[in-house]
Design a protein around this ligand. Sequence first.
Ligand SMILES: Cc1cc2nc3c(=O)[nH]c(=O)nc-3n(C[C@H](O)[C@H](O)[C@H](O)COP(=O)(O)O)c2cc1C
Length: 178
Amino acid sequence: MPAGDPLLTPFKLKHLTLRNRLMTTSHEPAYSEDGMPKERYRLYHAERAKGGVALTMTAGSAVVSLDSPPVFGNLLAYKDEIVPWLRDLADVCHEHGAAVMIQLTHLGRRSVWNAGDWLPVVAPSLVREPAHRAFPKIAEAFDLERIAADYAAAAQRMQAAGLDGIELEMYGHLIDQF
Ligand SMILES: Cc1cc2nc3c(=O)[nH]c(=O)nc-3n(C[C@H](O)[C@H](O)[C@H](O)COP(=O)(O)O)c2cc1C
């Protein structure tokens, strides 16, 4: 690598100093087991940390609510039991010098009703999502209040696990569906 390559210089992101400008972006490898990031998931991210990235973004769309059914192996960020699994993952990545964040989402209509707990899919309107094809229930004010609280509770779980930050999925999922 050429000396002084800007990609390899540290980057300050609010509270966090990243060792360089390289990161892996959110994607769900479908390595979750029972919706949890267990050994395979941990090792997957540990390899990235060992490889030298400054930041590994875990999950693709970890779901914050029960009525965001995990349609592609999503991590269940609404469960307290995720905290120790993520703490182990974060600890090993930190030991290798990488920061760890997670992408949180509510899938809205971008899911199916017959996964997870078989709850109705909610969205801002009755429009059907072409890929997953559920007919959503229109989210009511009380649904949105509950979901907003779910986002906050999930963020607190991530903080309790020692993660360095969160990312909110803004494309195609509930927030974007408005
Ligand atoms: C299998 C797979 C799943 C992905 N899931 C997500 C996701 O859940 N959220 C997201 O923001 N991006 C997701 N992405 C997009 C990646 O984060 C990345 O932006 C994209 O793959 C382009 O980068 P690349 O050219 O290095 O592959 C996914 C990509 C792949 C290949």
